[in-house]
Design a protein around this ligand. Structure first.
Ligand code: NAP
Ligand code: GDD
Length: 337
């Protein structure tokens, strides 16, 4: 019998890569998707065959992390072996505008998933998408034992979810693991996260359809990895006999300014002629530097990052140049089903 996985946040960057990874490994994959007034399944369209097709192994279900009933019904119905809780209001700046909603979906949502598993009486392993944002103002390098000091409603919500996951593990003997993932990017990154905002703008400026890129703090330091490699780490955590918590990071520190410089350099354009600072992108409290120490994951999971900073920037800029070309040629078709 193939293993069965349930992914919340399957329409997001990580959820789409994880669905592909698990399908490649022979899993049957169920994904939670929330109702939206426009299409939100674009990232998984390439693997989403019609549910009545005999080869179908990916099934999407309406539900919401704010809606306990939908989670209980779904878990009861699909009887997963593994649950990956990736769903979240995941934008740090936006979390200052919608703190209550962020706490509900990103924080309490994790509790709803774990409680739904208990109510449904399903014996499964759980991955909780924790975040380096929990370290906040605690100086780098950050590892599993580093104290948290979150600097946003998003960070606070993730700390609550992290400790809830630990508590379900200790109180109910559940196999729950936290992946403390540092920033990871890809051509599927949402367009309002800084790396994708930059790579998309570079393609548009090169094509002459945009002149200025407005950004906030260029001095922030991040440890940027490549998302498809990070979902492999999620899977590895759930293959361990014992649940545990792991930092996943490259250890390579770069500023936002360095990302801008590298991305514009790839198309031979002077970034300083096109980038302006807009205070609306500054945060009330900023996280100055996140640099992870993933030694534990290397030693216990055998996980190592493969894609370095320059290759990551190239992958993203090349993909956005290609996307723009496809859009201009009218090559993109949205699949309606
Ligand atoms: P993402 O692209 O923003 O995806 C978030 C997913 O959550 C989307 O599928 C979204 O649905 C879904 N979602 C939002 N609100 C929901 C709700 N109320 N009910 C159900 N689903 C909901 O995020 P990501 O980059 O893939 O990250 C995946 C997870 O890892 C998130 O929990 C994030 O906080 C965490 N994380 C990410 C990073 C990173 O660098 N990417 C690092 C550490 C931790 P729609 O598609 O409909 O919006
Ligand atoms: N989004 C954005 N937009 N960020 C900007 C901009 C801008 O115009 N200009 C500068 N920045 C700076 C932010 O202030 C931050 O210091 C840095 O770029 C990275 O911002 P994001 O790409 O939005 O990512 P993040 O680090 O805040 O959060 C991401 O990583 C976390 C893990 O550390 C998200 O994916 C979170 O969900 C994730 O948990």
């Amino acid at each position: 019998m193939p293993k069965v996985a349930l992914i919340t946040g399957t329409t997001g960057q990580d959820g789409s890569y994880l669905a592909e990874l698990l399908l490649d490994k022979g899993y049957v994959v169920h994904g939670l998707k929330r109702r939206s007034s426009s299409f939100n399944t674009e990232r998984i369209e390439r693997v989403d065959v019609h549910p009545r097709h005999p080869d179908a192994r990916l099934f999407l279900h309406y539900g919401d992390l704010g809606d306990m009933g939908s989670l209980v019904h779904l878990i009861r119905e699909v009887q997963p072996d593994e649950v990956y809780n990736l769903g979240a209001q995941s934008h740090v700046r936006v979390s200052f505008d919608v703190p209550g909603y962020t706490a509900d979906v990103t924080g309490l949502g994790a509790v709803r998933v774990m409680e739904a598993i208990r109510i449904a009486g399903v014996n499964c392993r759980v991955y909780q998408a924790s975040s380096s944002e929990m370290y906040g103002s605690t100086p780098p390098p950050q590892r599993e034992t580093t104290p948290f000091h979150p600097r946003s409603p998003y960070g606070c919500s993730k700390v609550f979810a992290y400790w809830s996951a630990v508590n379900y593990r200790e109180a109910w003997d559940m196999h729950v693991s936290n992946g403390i993932l540092f920033n990871h990017e890809s051509p599927r990154r949402g367009e309002n996260f800084v790396t994708r905002k930059i790579s998309r703008a570079v393609a548009r400026i090169e094509a002459g359809i945009q002149d200025t890129l407005f950004l906030g703090n260029l001095d922030a330091v991040r440890d940027w990895g490549y998302a498809p490699e990070y979902v492999e780490a999620m899977w590895l955590m759930l293959q361990q006999d014992k649940p545990d918590d792991y930092v996943i990071a490259t250890g390579e520190a770069r500023t936002v300014r360095e990302f801008v410089h590298a991305a514009f350099a790839m198309v031979d354009i002077d970034w300083e002629k096109h980038v302006q600072i807009d205070p609306q992108y500054m945060r009330p409290t900023e996280v100055d530097a996140l640099i992870g120490d993933a030694s534990k994951a290397r030693e216990q999971l055998g996980w190592v990052p493969k894609t370095g900073f320059t290759d990551l920037v190239r992958i993203m800029v090349d993909a956005d140049r290609q996307l723009l070309e496809d859009e201009r040629m009218g090559r993109l078709v949205r699949i309606d089903r």
